[in-house]
Design a protein around this ligand. Structure first.
Ligand SMILES: [Zn+2]
Length: 569
């Protein structure tokens, strides 16, 4: 038995994510976690909400709530949606947890001890009326480039020009509206990533099995221009992990917190500790190589925009601590999913968001489409036509139809139990051969996290059953040789639990329905296809399930297409 530590990039707390976010990390991570569990391996699957930073403060202010209350509520909302999509996290944590606060402070102390932190004095906008420093997004004014009156301190949303707060004409505080702003000196801690450049470079070079998409991004940041830059790890904010605390080897950091990029990945460890504190488990055997984690395989899932942090900044924290923490073994990164001829847009409400998706169709429909079209080697695009075709053909016509056809046929001719009699012949032997070959290929693709290839192989496995049933035609054979028809039905009914076990990582709810209909709890992996197809004996009772997957009608598709075209409020 192997041990798999699996993390999904943690979604930011402000608002509900769209389907592109889902397929970029959480969903493929869930597929891999479910597969490894199904193969009998020990899995720790971790995700969390990323709760600190300016956007959370601003969103809470907009909602008229204290930021901690806002985060608690939004965490519950995101956790509920994750349950709706059947994301099988062992723990869905919160980066604002006590565990993360302590670990983040611990790592900062370790980095300071190793000489990897330095103090930098910068100038930043201070609001006299608000009595605080203002992050760039807290300052608005007129864009010097296009004249837009609500340009932010970091960027103009109208002309997209990157800005500095000092560039703005008539800058004012977003909090109070005050124009009484001044540049003041403020001190911050910087992580000396530049001092770790060679160590990180050698570590990336050792990852010869990583895809070029991942290593090329890391190499670019390591070597482009002046090379890897030092990075501020503190900010003048109140919402976050306090940067001044008991045992801190520095002073003068009162009123400052750690920058969200620094504490968010540490939450992978902290969330595992949250899990341990809740369950009585041992989190260090997943994370400390001196406490049992040396046989753990650690895989991270994320969108390509998160690759620099996970190949450089987070490893710099881990390596720089000089403690035996587990480093990532493999990074599975994704391109973007586009929406119907454009991009998903949270601000314009363009595209399908996770809550809306579950309102119109069950999770399995979305899971199947998203995973079978995962943006692996390039960006991919969601279109309603493609979604309709995929659901109607793959799920309803192939898998759903197979289950419906054989259960209904058997019930009408033999009753609701596996019928007795007959022998297998050449057709059955050919099917077993084909399934054995395809299942071994499916395993190879799943191990390699080749998600589209895995989906294609699974679909081919469903098709093989349909074609067998079509060729063996028990409804015709029954007229002349009922015993032979019974043998065909018995095999085909045994295919249902086999399909359930193989398909569960993709479509867990349908898999449960199929196992329930066949009245079996046996979830063992089909190592031996022939044995699996005789697992349920003659006389074993089953029930005929309701429609497993319904088809999407053209009118529905058109309605949804219009509904999700934009302007969500
Ligand atoms: Zn502008």
């Amino acid at each position: 038995m192997a041990r798999h530590l699996i993390t999904s990039a943690i979604p930011y707390i402000n608002g509900i994510k769209h389907l592109g976010n889902l397929v970029g990390s959480q969903l493929p991570a869930d597929l891999f976690a479910r597969y490894q569990r199904a193969r009998g391996h020990e899995v720790m699957f971790i995700c969390a909400t990323d709760e600190h930073g300016t956007p959370a403060e601003l969103a809470a202010a907009k909602a008229g709530k204290p930021v901690d209350e806002y985060c608690t509520e939004m965490h519950e909302v995101q956790a509920g949606i994750a349950r709706g999509f059947k994301l099988s996290f062992d723990h869905f944590g919160r980066s604002s947890s006590v565990q993360n606060r302590k670990l983040t402070q611990h790592f900062a102390v370790q980095l300071a001890k190793a000489g990897l932190l330095r103090e930098v004095t910068e100038k930043q906008m201070y609001s006299n009326a608000d009595g605080r420093f203002l992050p760039d997004r807290y300052i608005e004014g007129t864009c010097p480039n296009c004249g837009f009156e609500s340009a932010r301190g970091d960027q103009c949303d109208n002309c997209t020009k990157q800005l500095d707060p000092v560039d703005l004409i008539n800058p004012h505080s977003v909090i109070s509206g005050s124009t009484d702003l001044e540049l003041r000196e403020t001190k911050h801690l910087f992580l000396r990533q530049s001092a770790m450049k060679d160590q990180l470079d050698a570590w990336i070079d050792s990852k010869t099995d990583w895809p070029l998409l991942t290593t090329s991004i890391a190499k670019k940041w390591l070597h482009d221009g002046d090379g890897l830059q030092d990075r501020g790890i503190t900010r003048d904010l109140s919402w976050g992990v306090p940067a001044q605390f008991e045992g801190a080897p520095w002073s003068g950091m009162e009123g400052k917190v750690f920058y969200v990029w620094f504490d968010a990945p540490i939450e992978y460890l902290a969330a595992t500790q949250e899990w341990a504190d809740k369950t009585g488990g041992d989190w260090e055997r997943w994370w400390r190589t001196d406490k049992g984690a040396d046989d753990v395989t650690y895989t991270e899932f994320m969108g390509k925009d998160n690759v620099p942090f996970h190949t450089l900044s987070f490893p710099a924290t881990i390596l720089g601590s000089n403690e035996p923490w587990k480093l990532v073994d493999y990074i599975k990164s994704f391109n973007y999913l586009n929406y119907d001829g454009g991009q998903f847009s949270t601000s314009r409400g363009r595209g399908v968001f996770m809550d809306q998706a579950l309102e119109i169709l069950p999770a399995d429909y979305w899971r199947w489409w998203l995973l079978s079209h995962a943006p692996e080697s390039a960006d991919s695009e969601f279109t309603w036509e493609n979604f309709q075709t995929s659901v109607n053909k793959d799920l309803a016509d192939v898998l759903g139809n197979f289950v419906s056809r054989i259960t209904k046929f058997t019930r009408s001719k033999f009753g609701e139990a596996l019928p007795e009699g007959g022998e297998w012949g050449d057709q059955e032997a050919a099917l077993i051969d084909e399934l054995t070959t395809r299942i071994r290929a499916y395993e190879t693709h799943m191990e390699a996290m080749d998600i589209r290839k895995s989906a294609a192989e699974l679909r081919a496995i469903w098709v093989a059953g349909n074609e067998y049933l079509q060729g063996a035609a028990p409804w015709s054979v029954f007229k002349t040789d009922p015993d032979q028809a019974a043998a065909i039905a018995r095999l085909a009914l045994n295919l249902i639990p086999l399909y359930a076990v193989l398909s569960a990582p993709f479509i867990p709810d349908a898999a449960e329905t199929m196992l329930g209909a066949m009245q079996t709890e046996d979830r063992s992996w089909p190592q031996d296809v022939k044995a699996a197809l005789t697992a349920l004996p003659a006389g074993h009772a089953f029930t005929t399930p309701e429609v497993l997957f319904r088809k999407i009608a053209d009118e529905e598709r058109e309605e949804w297409q219009n509904r999700f075209a934009g302007t969500r409020d």
